[in-house]
Write a protein that binds this ligand. Structure first.
Ligand code: HEC
Length: 91
């Protein structure tokens, strides 16, 4: 029985993670549309992002956004970063 439980947890873990990641992306898109798009579309962010190696973008934006995006709280920033990373990832 415990083996079944461990197996179930192992299978559900990644699923739960990907669902919450998808939710963050949706939430981040809403934040971006409401608070960021009036100054730069996601296409412009994608252009600027090319200057920074892909694996350094999240950390760079986490440092940059608190002074850049007034009125967006920490969870909003996390969500908007998740959205930007997903929106500019090579398809
Ligand atoms: C009042 C206008 C304004 C608002 C609102 C705004 N930005 Fe910006 N942002 C700018 C400008 C101007 C730049 C420089 C853009 C350029 O070079 O074209 C910039 C640059 C950026 C960059 C590139 C940083 C880099 O150098 O890597 C990111 C990422 C970014 N903004 C994210 C956001 C996010 C996310 C929001 C909303 C939460 C937001 N911005 C809201 C004006 C704004």
């Amino acid at each position: 029985m415990w083996k079944t439980c461990i197996l179930a947890a192992a299978m559900l873990g990644p699923l739960a993670l990907s669902v919450s990641a998808a939710e963050a992306v949706d939430e981040g898109r809403a934040v971006f549309d409401a608070r960021c798009k009036m100054c730069h579309k996601i296409e412009r962010i994608a252009q600027i992002a090319k200057r920074t190696p892909e694996d350094e973008r999240a950390a760079k934006w986490a440092k940059f956004l608190p002074s850049h995006a007034a009125g967006v709280d920490a969870s909003g920033r996390e969500a908007v970063i998740a959205y930007m990373l997903s929106a500019i990832a090579p398809q």
